[in-house]
Structures are given as C-alpha cells and as structure tokens.
Design a protein around this ligand. Structure first.
Ligand code: ADP
Ligand code: MG
Length: 684
C-alpha cells in the first residue's frame, strides 16, 4: 500500500476533502452541533482515491482517525472538536451475515443487516477524564477507551502516590447506547435460532432507532473481554463499534424479485384458478379446512392500511384466531404460515421470553450493564408480516392489556424510567387457542370456552373453531390423507420416486413468498361501486332481517372491506370487484354461523362473540334480575337460589339455565353472593 505514516494519510484526506467534499463539509459546519457528522458514500471516496477506500476497509480505525483529523484541520470547522466521519454503503463483499462473522473480520470495516431486538437507554459515557491531585492541585487528563474507568494512582505532576479526584465538569462525555441486532427471520432456514450481535452507538447515532427497526450497521468488529468473576477468559465476545446506520425504508427490501420472478408472478395472477391454487399451496399435508385456508390466503395479502386526513389510522391487517380441540392441526397451520409469509414470527403465548408478545422495558445488568433496556416482542419483530402466536390463551396478563393497542393501533407504547418509545407492530395476528375445558362445545359461546377476554376476541376479524368430532366420512378421508402423507414420506426416505402431487404445494413457498411481497409492495386496490353496494346491501339486509339480535357491528363491516381488498390484491388487481366482495362475505358468513349463532333463535348474533352473552340470554338475564329485585324488595334480604329458580320456571326458564346464568351474572358483576346461596343485585 502506497500510503504510509499518519501525516501523509491525513494530508491525503485533506486533499480529497478540499477537492471533492468542500461544499458538503461547509454545509455540515453551518448546522453544527445539530449535525455532528459528515456522512459519505463509500463509493464516492473509492471513485476519487481507491487506495484510501481500500485502507478504510482494511484498517478502519487508523483511516477514520486520520480522516477526522483532516476534517478538523480544514479551516472553516476548526471550532468543532467532535465532527465525525461516517461512511455508508460499503461494497457487497463487506456485507456479512451475523452467523458468518469470524475472527478474520476483527478490526475490519464491515456491514451487517438485521432486526433490532434490544436497545438500552442513552447514557453519558466518559471519553476523557480530568483528575485533580489533592496535594498539588494539578489536573491530569486520561483518555478512556475501555468500559472500566482508568484511574491513575500516582499524580504525574508531583509524583506522589495519592487518590486523584475526578472532575466531571472538566471531563468530556459523549452519549452512548448499546443495541442488540438479530438476524432477519427471512435468512433463517427451517426454524434455526437467530444469531445476535451486540453493537455500540455513540454521540449523534444514539436515540434514533427502536426495537423492530430493520437496519444495516456499518462499523468495526472488535473483541470484548469476558470475565468470570475477577478472572479474564481467553474466549472473547465480538461486538461492533458502529460507524454509521442505514435504515431500511422500503417494505420487504430483503426479498429480491428479479425480472423472471416478476414475469411468473404476473402470469400466475391471471389464472382464474389462482385462489384455489394458493389455498392448496398452504400446508398441503393438512387435510380439509378449505375455508380456513382461504381465509389464511387472504391474511397473507392483507387489506389496504389507511391514514385519513385527520390522522386516524385504519389497519389493513386481518387478524385470525383458530380455536379448537387438541390435535386439529392448529399448531401445524401456524408453523406453516410463519415459514411462508414474509417477515413472520412463530411464538407461543406461554413462551418464557421476557419481551413476550409486545415489548418489555427492564433494568438489566446482563445486557444493559445496569441500564434500562427496551426489548421487542413477537408483534414488533413481525412488523409488516404475520405474528403467529400459538397458545394465545396462555399469554401473560401484561401482554393481554398491551395486545388491544397492538392489534388496533398497530403500535405499542412503552414509557418507563429512561425509556419512552413507540414501537411499530403493523402485523396481522394469527392466534391459536385451546378451549378451557379441553374440548370445544358447539353450543357454548366461544367467550365462555377460551381464556381470552371478549373485548380482545372482538378484535379478530375471523374466529374459526376447529372441532374433532367423529364423522365417519370425514374420518375416513382424513385417515386416508394422513396415511398417504406418511407413506410418501417413507418412500422419500428410501429415495424412491413417487407421484407426490398430493402433498407438494402447487406454488413453491419460495415463489409464493415473492408473490406476496410483490403484491404487498405494489398493489393498493380501490373499491368499485358494485363491490361497495354488495357489502352495503348485505350488511343492511342482515341487520334489518333480525329484529331481536345484532348480527353485525361496524367492526364486521371493516372485516368485509379488508377481506375484499385482500382478495383483489391477491389477483394483483387495482380494483375491488363484486366477486371480491362475495368472497369476503362468504368467509365472514362461514365464521359467524360457526361461532356467532344463537342456537336458541337460530340467528347470527355478534353479541355472543363480543360479550359472551346472546340476545336471548340477555332477555333471560333481565328476567332473573327482575326476579331477584322482586324477592329482595318483598323480603328485605338477599334472594335465595331456590326461590329464584321456582319463579324463573314460571317464566319458562329451566333450572340449569338459571344456574349457568347466575354464574355469568356474578362474573359480569351484575349480582353478588353476600351469603352462600343468596344473591343480591349490585345496583338496586
Ligand atoms: P393442535 O395444535 O391443534 O393441538 P397439531 O397441529 O399439533 O394440533 O396437530 C396434531 C397432529 O395431527 C399433527 O401431526 C397434524 O399433522 C395431524 N393432523 C391434525 N389434523 C389434521 C388434518 N386435518 N390433516 C392432516 N393432519 C392432521
Ligand atoms: Mg398445538
């Protein structure tokens, strides 16, 4: 290498700056200290001085230090002690996956992509400590380059062995922040655990990123000593000192779609059989569940998110919940979707991760070195994708509260100690839950059967119960299917050629993932008048048909719209047609007849989902309330159970119903039990 000696290197930078970057430096200088960095594109340096470019990559500490020195010596910015030189857009050969980082990368300028998992609060860090000698008063300055404070134990001025006093006001601090970057899930093969990298940000880089951000960090990999107690270990950690950060702006940037892919995508979109083909590409080893798979197909594409002129946001993501008996392939479906959909996460509600489903802010010694650390949970990490949460009913109470905001506003706010942040969670939720009693009961409202509050249930666009009831015809077909799948599997193990058409997806997951990313990135369909009329007529018609119950609320109306938009998007259509509206209606209707049906009146009743109590039950509750009031007024005491039952029977309500309604009424806080077997109204 032709460049040698620190002086000539600084001169080289000076020449480069003078010749090509003078204006940029001057405009940066005008904004100082609001702007504290000169950010240059690697290729702009390499273009003019390729040796300097090479040196930057190979000896970045050295090269950057000289560059910053050169910046300082340029006349117009002499009064700026800490102007940083930051370099972005490194060559492709310098882009290293976290899992491929090795010792040869130590001390080199490299570029790493990932998903921000944790950030600590910003803290001031001592870079130059000023010490004063208590005996002679002399001030000594010591540069601090390690995490542990370096303190001289002899005064260099008077040579006495004394404890020097730190003078904070004379010392120099900069802001520092520690982050943890995790490999993007897209890069992972078959459920491998993501690898992580710890990185340090300083000065003007701090405070700009939050967990869930997808970024590229450019910086220098270095080692960090590990200790066990007082002992230093020979194995080191690798960490990165970040020089610059690039935020990924475009959605699904990580999925590359070339010209040939685009041609195939467009061709597939014209196929009238497309919806069926996509459905059959979802978990082909799982038999049946056609409507459920149709709904999952639409969820993969999602509706169109909207921001109204007044700032109100309406989500486009479709939330789906699968509830049902054990062994009905819920977990299988979730796993399949999480591997198929771009940017998706599979997790369990009872997973032990501290961040849980939403986010957590904890004071952590292990990662944060005593600082508060903000960590992203599944719904943040799945931003713009699908969060597949198994055993949703087992989530912790803290998540349960935060989930409302995450599902509707699609963000999660955290305000705690040094941390105040809003994290994006623009994802669709695909949840699975098991019934409380082990098996799903068709005639019991869903809200009574699972351990998820009704208010949260009503946030789901679709809820599908999966039941496993003996049914000769279906059992035979299912058994045949599962046996065939296993037989194919066995033959594959023996390397025998087979006609595996039945279990091979029509579209390879690889292709479907690209298709979805393409559609979500480029297609934003708009309703046609016919589609609007179709949905409106259906909505108004259903509501006016049933006098007693409320089949739909505006929430379902939004579900229709989202599903219809997703259907159009799947075809890469810019408009939502009547047929799209029909598909949406068919799916919502299927779901409501399964979970929203009032079995007594045979009508759809959305109250069953939102409150767990149907209209016909409500009428009975009202009757029981009247009875309890009557008895209490007559006797001036709480109403005994037997008396309630006998009067209710006269009104045509049987004992079993009274029993179950009383349980509900107590749970809802309508009545209480001051004495065993005697009930009183909470409000007279
Ligand atoms: P769950 O999470 O609902 O309890 P799982 O997803 O763990 O159930 O499924 C249990 C097993 O039963 C899996 O091996 C799955 O493949 C099989 N299975 C259940 N239903 C079907 C189906 N409809 N078609 C094929 N296999 C099924
Ligand atoms: Mg399961």
């Amino acid at each position: 290498m032709a460049i040698s000696g620190l002086e000539s290197l600084v001169e080289r930078w000076e020449r480069l700056f003078q010749d090509y970057f003078k204006e940029e430096i001057e405009s940066t200088a005008l904004l100082y200290p609001d702007k504290k960095s000169l950010l240059l594109d690697y290729w702009d340096i390499d273009k003019h001085d390729s040796e300097l470019g090479e040196l930057l990559l190979e000896k970045p500490y050295h090269a950057l230090k000289a560059g910053e020195k050169a910046l300082q010596s340029i006349h117009s910015i002499a009064e700026m002690p800490s102007l940083h030189l930051r370099i972005k857009n490194l060559p492709e050969t310098r882009k290293i996956e976290i899992r491929d980082l090795r010792s040869i990368h130590l001390g080199k300028f490299i570029s790493v992509d990932g998903l921000v998992k944790k950030v600590t609060e910003v803290r001031p860090k001592l870079v130059e400590a000023a010490f004063q000698c208590p005996k002679c008063g002399a001030i000594t300055r010591v540069k601090q380059e390690e995490n542990i404070l370096i303190e001289p134990n002899i005064c260099p001025s008077c040579n006495r062995k004394v404890k020097l006093k730190l003078l904070p006001e004379e010392s120099i601090f900069i802001d520092s922040q520690k982050i943890e970057l995790q490999e993007s899930p897209e890069g992972l093969r078959g459920g491998a655990q993501p690898m992580r990298l710890v990185a340090y940000l300083e000065d003007d880089l701090v405070g700009n990123i939050v967990p869930g951000d997808r970024i590229t960090i450019n910086g220098i990999l270095r080692i960090q000593a590990r200790r066990r107690g007082q002992l230093k270990l020979t194995e080191f950690n690798r960490v990165m000192d970040v020089n610059s950060i690039e935020l990924k702006e475009q959605a699904f940037e990580e999925i590359l779609i070339d010209v040939e892919d685009e041609r195939r995508i467009k061709e597939a979109s014209m196929d009238p059989m497309l919806p069926v083909k996509i459905r059959e590409s979802i978990a082909p080893t799982i038999y049946g569940l056609e409507t459920e798979k149709d709904a999952l197909s639409l969820q993969l594409f999602g509706g169109v998110p909207k921001t109204m002129p007044d700032g109100t946001k309406i989500r486009g993501d479709i939330h789906i919940l699968l509830v049902g008996d054990p062994g009905t392939a819920k977990s299988q479906l979730l796993r399949y979707i999480s591997q198929l959909a771009p940017r998706s996460i599979y997790t369990s509600g009872k997973s032990s991760s501290a961040a849980g489903l939403t986010a957590s802010a904890v004071r952590s010694d292990e990662f944060g070195e005593g600082r508060w650390t903000l960590e992203a949970g599944a719904l943040v990490l799945a931003d713009l994708g699908i969060a597949c949460v198994d055993e949703l009913d087992k989530m912790n109470p803290k998540d349960r509260d935060a989930l409302h905001q995450a599902m509707e506003q699609q963000e999660i706010s955290v305000a705690k100690a040094g941390i105040n942040a809003t994290l994006k969670s623009r994802c669709a939720l695909l949840g699975a839950a098991n019934p409380k009693l082990g098996r799903f009961e068709e005639y019991t409202p869903i809200a009574d059967q699972i351990n998820i509050p009704p208010a949260l249930l009503s946030r789901f666009d679709l809820i599908f119960p999966l039941t496993d009831k003996p049914d000769k015809e279906r059992d035979e077909a299912l058994a045949e299917h599962i046996l065939q799948v296993h037989r194919y599997g066995e033959m594959l193990e023996r390397n025998e050629s087979i006609e595996a058409a039945k279990i091979k997806p029509i579209f390879e997951p690889e292709f479907l993932r690209k298709y979805i990313a393409y559609a979500k990135r480029n297609v934003f369909p708009v309703m046609t008048r016919e589609a609007m009329d179709r949905i409106k007529d259906y909505y108004v018609g259903m509501r006016s048909k049933s006098k007693e119950t409320i089949p739909f609320t505006p929430r379902q109306l939004e579900a229709f719209i989202r599903l219809a938009e997703a259907s159009a998007r799947m075809r890469l259509s810019e408009v939502v047609t009547k047929e799209d509206a029909d598909r949406a209606i068919r799916i919502v209707e299927y779901y409501l007849t399964k979970v929203g049906m009032d079995r007594e009146t045979e009508t759809i009743d959305i109250d069953i989902i939102t409150t767990g109590i149907s209209r016909s039950q409500k009428d009975k509750i009202k009757t029981i309330v009247d009875i309890i009031r009557e008895i209490s007024q007559e006797t001036d005491a709480p109403a005994p159970f037997e008396e309630i039952v006998s009067r209710a029977e006269q009104e045509g309500i049987d004992k079993a119903t009274v029993e179950s309604l009383i349980v509900k009424m107590r749970r809802e806080g309508i009545i209480f039990e001051p004495k065993h077997g005697r009930y009183k109204l909470t409000q007279e």
